[in-house]
Design a protein around this ligand. Structure first.
Ligand code: SF4
Length: 212
């Protein structure tokens, strides 16, 4: 993808990254929900989910190529023990310089990804949120610590099971209703999880807490 390549060239191999925003908050989703973490949101995504609640991140050219030293400096200036690298799709970029610098500060690093691009960087926890429009690479399934499948309609539960068949045994499994249709979808997910208790339900608790 030309957008990806041009971004990498302009970003000095990951020494700069197109930063949308960074902020200290509480994780709202899946296994680590409720824990404080510093979020680093990178711009750029080529997946194009119709229901995406971060469409503003899709064009990386809208965001300044920010030196990673600046990002790390802000992260260590607060009480954060954990970092969440999210997007957009963070794996569009070489992430090793950023994750190495964060590791030097003793921070725990979480990644949120669709898994549709090759991995780079070092992570303590990988949240794989697969998308049918751009399926994850095999390595993403292998590295997933948790699988978070967004459900906007009942037929996607079958897709979730296909994804489940490709992750490792240790991987935690979550179904999460798409926010705009959650009232309609939640009862379906609840009944499915009751019949298939290996699945957990994830809700976007940060939206109820009115935090980013
Ligand atoms: S992969 Fe994530 S950021 Fe990209 S379009 Fe889908 S929901 Fe939005």
């Amino acid at each position: 993808m030309s957008c990806r390549m041009s971004s990498i060239e302009a970003l000095e191999g990951g020494l700069r990254l197109p930063l949308v925003e960074d902020f200290y908050t509480i994780q709202g989703e899946v296994y680590h929900s409720g824990k404080a973490a510093y979020f680093i949101r990178l711009g750029g995504c080529d997946v194009g989910c119709a229901w995406c609640d971060a469409k503003y991140t899709w064009n990386p050219r809208l965001y300044p190529p920010t030196p990673i030293d600046e990002i790390v400096e802000r992260a260590v200036a607060c009480e954060a023990q954990s970092i969440v690298i999210t997007g957009g799709e963070p794996l569009l970029y070489p992430l090793a310089p950023l994750t190495d610098a964060l590791k030097e500060q003793g921070l725990t690093i979480f990644l949120e990804t669709s898994g549709s691009h090759p991995f780079s960087g070092t992570f303590d926890w990988v949240c794989l949120s697969p998308k049918q429009k751009s399926e994850p690479l095999d390595e993403a399934y292998a590295r997933a610590d948790e699988l978070k499948v967004i459900i906007a309609e009942e037929s996607q539960i079958e897709w979730a099971e296909q994804c489940r068949s490709r992750v490792g045994k240790h991987c935690r499994l979550y179904l999460q209703p798409e926010w705009s249709v959650s009232e309609r979808v939640m009862p379906l997910i609840v009944e499915y999880a009751k019949r298939h208790p290996e699945w957990n339900i994830s809700i976007q608790s940060h939206k109820y807490m009115h935090i980013p």
